[in-house]
Design a protein around this ligand. Structure first.
Ligand SMILES: [Zn+2]
Length: 165
């Protein structure tokens, strides 16, 4: 374990040692709780130097994301989704170590749940989500989208608009 220690300007009071926030009226300050008035803050950080990727014992498969579900091995029955054979999803740990990247579990997550950034970057994609759901997808969980059970079609739309199909 290596350590970094240095004295930095207190981030709470910007090095002044005194604090004037919402609770303090004009022209007064209280002693900064973080540095006790010194204006200095002793920063320390412990770390292990990277010496190459380590092997994690007991791992059999690797998936891209969890999508908020509790994942497991074998055939898992997911709420609102049904059975998913997890051995045909993701990649084996060895494949991961060899550099193979797992794909999204498309039975589990719609494109928006898997990669909102990509969906936002496709012109009109999210407008269509709203149309399929029946109203804007604001303030609801994506799994509550009326179209969620038909998300395979959304993946097709996603791939087509991204020019992958
Ligand atoms: Zn301070």
């Amino acid at each position: 374990m290596k350590k970094i220690e240095m004295v930095i300007e207190c981030p709470a009071c910007e090095g002044s040692g005194v604090y004037n926030g919402i609770g303090e009226g004009d022209g007064l300050a209280v002693i900064c709780y973080k540095c006790n008035g010194s204006g200095a803050y002793k920063y320390h950080y412990s770390y292990n130097e990277f010496t190459g990727r380590k092997i994690k014992e007991g791992i059999l498969r690797v998936y891209k994301q969890g999508y908020g579900y509790k994942l497991g091995l074998g055939t898992i029955n997911f709420d609102m989704v049904g059975e998913v054979d997890m051995t045909s999803e993701g990649v084996s740990y060895q494949e991961f170590l060899d550099g193979k990247e797992p794909e999204h579990i498309k039975k589990l997550a719609c494109p928006m749940l898997a990669d909102q950034g990509a969906c936002h970057s496709i012109k009109g994609f999210i407008d269509e989500c709203g149309r399929l759901h029946g109203s804007m997808l604001l303030g609801i969980r994506l799994t509550q989208c009326n179209y969620y059970p038909r998300k395979a079609k959304c993946w097709k739309r996603f791939k087509k608009l991204k020019g992958e199909e």
